[in-house]
Ligand binder design. Structure first.
Ligand code: BGC
Length: 752
């Protein structure tokens, strides 16, 4: 139905308009019955629907209706599969439609700066390109089915410690290339109905009243047309927030927000136009939701099956010595670890949902193992404590001795990671570690299956034959794990984050989580593999890594040009062949390296990926298209993305550390950045400038360029001397007037 929102705004009283800018209650927007403006509901996700019908909360405490629990974003990202993530979005939209929810609060596009962040399980990656592409697929999957999303938490919300007040201090280049880039692509391509402003401050201003983030960048630069909604209770000063671009305060602040807006408008501190703009955005989304409402039901069983299909695409095979996996028939397996019967399948906090059902991993193994495999089970550890129970370990060891293979289920219990607090270390509970080591001491065929939302250290890695990283696999993880263990499907997940050998190797180690007031992002752009690869720090498992039961060969890397301008596109193609004897999927990764960079740049950056399915012996050609952004960095002197003219390498491979093919091309910038000199510029800088070089010649360049016979060190010192210093120190030989004339000539300002 078409409505004229602007006309509607004219009919609203000031008080009514103000009331629309705050929630009616915890999850619903305000309605104005007089003008048939309805209320819409937004609720959590994002890996399942958390619709509360009774008591409400934002911490995952009270009950919510039953819904399908899919793998959380950390796992979902390891699928590197846009279509799959899109399908999850579609299913979530169906559940929202059937439950009369209009907007699902997600996806989360925050970057995994430190593996310690308690909420990493809810975020996709340490890489902004991967994170923004997957966020886009999620958003489109949901929104193409008539439900809105709320891309969160904008921005730089990378820790839980003091998450509601911490001031993240980030330099502009890092902000743009890492933390905002993850949102930028998703906003521009995905066009979410809403974006949620984070709790924290960025460079001094709360996100909920950060004009630079909300208005200058999000609304104006990225042309975001939806509503900006506050994270729950994230509003600092409501009137300042509205002025800065925050449209909707959620949840209701009991009239406080409204009162502050009214006062500010009446006193002239805030213009009514700002209010009208927010109301227009809110009403447009409310009516969009109404117009897209469908009366549908969904099949819980079908969604459970989808959750299983998705989960098995997300799990990452980290180690597989002697091809112990997939498990062959006619063997005996000792299944060990309480997670096998009480699985850890989702994270804690506001995303915690009430699943329609949960697979028992042991039962699923039993179903697939059938009668040809002998199975037994032992707990191995206590579920809700780290205490080492010698008896449980002893039982597990005895069982393991009797079997041909031991499969141990371990990882992080919910008390180890959640929204609301960060981890302090990367260890799994002591009773899990001791169990693995004790079993490995008596059994040479140990397979460890991990359930955790973020990387863990693995001091026992050399003692076991296989490790399957299951992440938080959602309610159907059991079936998915069984499918992978027994080779119903070949694993195809690839890490979307680096697993460090030790926490101290992480680049944010010394600056996480800050001092309580501020947290300084001193590692700059060198986050995740950008740090490990550039500084050559060997990770435990690199970004992009994951094993398969089959093998893939890459050949015939082609680029459609060897020289290009930065406003052109480069077409890249590569042939991939499944050379093993099982069908499977491969994630082909494309990285770009700036070979001639004169500024610090990462060793390589991900700029393309594709997941392909190939039968045994089959080949396909994977194609990529690279535009300016693939070669650019954020140049703070021009406040824009910029490509430095020079050589670039196109790297194609299976992980950030396993590059198989490369091609070098030359990219020429179409933007010339005029460098201006000032009194404190050096003679070296003067010489680099064409006019400056001429002037230097006339001044006797020989003294500077080394041809007068000065040693190299002395010459470098001369070139590093500032012109101003020379004017003061040269006893009148080089005067201040001469200096000013040179600067004017070089900068082209001598006529002014
Ligand atoms: C979380 C959001 C969530 C909201 C509503 C907040 O505490 O940060 O991610 O959507 O609560 O539950």
């Amino acid at each position: 139905m078409t409505r004229n929102v602007q006309e509607m705004i004219k009919e609203l009283t000031l008080e009514e308009k103000v009331s629309l800018c705050s929630g009616k209650d915890f999850w619903n927007t305000e309605a104005i019955d007089r003008l048939n403006i309805p209320s819409i509901m937004m609720t959590d996700g994002p890996h399942g629907l958390r619709k509360q019908e009774g008591a409400s909360d934002h911490l995952g405490i009270n009950k919510s209706i039953a819904s399908t629990c899919f793998p959380s974003a950390a796992g979902l990202a390891c699928s590197w599969d846009n279509e799959m993530v899109n399908k999850v979005g579609e299913a979530l939209a169906e559940e929202c439609q059937s439950e009369n929810v209009s907007i699902i609060l997600g996806p989360g596009a925050n970057i995994k700066r430190s593996p310690l962040c308690g909420r990493n399980f809810e975020y996709f990656s340490e890489d902004p390109y991967l994170s923004s592409k997957l966020s886009t697929s999620f958003i489109k999957g949901v929104q193409d089915n008539g439900i809105g999303t709320s891309l969160k938490h904008f921005a730089v919300n990378n820790q839980e410690y003091k998450r509601m007040a911490i001031d993240a201090i980030v330099d502009e280049r890092t902000l743009r290339e890492i933390y905002l880039a993850s949102f930028e692509g998703a906003v521009k391509e995905g066009k979410p109905w809403s974006v949620m402003s984070a709790y924290n401050k960025v460079n001094g201003d709360y996100c909920s009243e950060n004009k630079k983030l909300l208005t200058d960048i999000l609304k104006e630069e990225w042309e975001f047309e939806g509503i900006i909604v506050s994270d729950w209770g994230a509003v600092n000063e409501r009137a300042d927030g509205l002025d800065a671009g925050l449209d909707l305060e959620m949840p209701s602040s009991g009239g406080l927000g409204e009162k502050k807006i009214l006062e500010a408008i009446k006193s002239g501190q805030l213009s009514e136009d700002k209010l009208d703009e927010a109301v227009e955005r809110i009403l447009s989304i409310v009516f969009k939701a109404v117009d897209n409402k469908k009366d549908i039901t969904y099949s819980k069983e079908e969604h459970h099956l989808l959750a299983r299909e998705v989960a098995r695409e997300c799990m990452v095979l980290l180690k597989n010595e002697d091809h112990i996996l997939p498990i062959k028939k006619h063997t005996s397996i000792s299944v060990i670890g309480a997670f096998a019967k009480s699985p850890r399948f989702q994270g804690g906090g506001s995303s915690h949902i009430n699943p329609t059902k949960v697979d028992n991993v042991y039962d699923e193994i039993e179903k697939i193992a059938g009668s040809t495999i002998k199975l037994d089970y032992s707990d191995g550890y206590l579920l809700d404590s780290d205490e080492i129970d010698e008896q449980l370990i002893q039982d597990a060891v005895e069982h393991a001795k009797e079997a041909e293979i031991a499969v141990i289920f371990a990882g992080l219990p919910e008390r180890y990671e959640s929204e609301g607090f960060d981890r302090k270390h990367l260890r799994i509970p002591e009773n899990h570690r001791v169990l693995i080591e004790s079993v490995a001491a008596v059994q040479e065929n140990v397979i460890v299956v991990l359930s955790n939302g973020a990387p863990v250290e693995m001091p026992w890695l050399n003692k076991v034959k296989a490790v399957l990283e299951g992440y938080l696999g959602g309610q159907a993880l059991g079936g998915a794990i069984a499918d992978i263990l027994f080779g119903v499907i070949s694993p195809s997940g690839k890490l979307a984050e680096t697993f460090p050998q030790k926490l101290v190797h992480n680049p944010s180690y010394l600056n996480f989580p800050g001092n309580g007031e501020t947290v300084e992002y001193r590692e700059g752009i060198f986050v995740g593999y950008r740090h490990y690869d550039t500084r050559d720090v060997e990770p435990l498992f690199p970004f992009g890594y994951g094993l398969s039961y089959t093998t893939f060969e890459y050949s015939d890397l082609q680029v459609n040009k060897k020289q290009m301008k930065d406003d052109e596109c480069l077409a890249v193609s590569v042939k991939v062949t499944n050379t093993g004897d099982m069908e499977g999927k491969e994630v082909v990764q494309l990285y770009v390296k700036d070979v001639d960079a004169t500024i610090p740049r990462p060793e390589k950056e991900l700029k393309g990926f594709k997941k392909v399915f190939l039968r045994s012996g089959e080949s396909t050609t994977v194609e990529f298209e690279l535009d300016k952004r693939a070669f650019a960095y954020y140049n703070v002197s021009i406040n824009d993305w910029h490509v430095e003219t020079g050589a670039f390498e196109i790297l194609v491979g299976k992980s950030s550390r396993e590059i198989l093919l490369k091609e070098e091309i030359y990219v020429e910038s179409t933007v010339s950045i005029k460098k201006t000199l000032n009194r404190h510029s050096t003679f070296g800088e003067l010489l680099e400038h064409p006019i400056g070089a001429e002037i230097m010649k006339s001044m006797g360049q020989a003294d500077f360029d080394g041809s007068s016979g000065l040693g190299a060190g002395m010459q470098e010192m001369m070139m590093g001397t500032s012109m101003h210093n020379a004017a003061i120190m040269s006893n009148g030989l080089f005067t201040e007037e001469m200096l000013d004339q040179i600067i004017a000539a070089v900068n082209g300002t001598n006529d002014n």
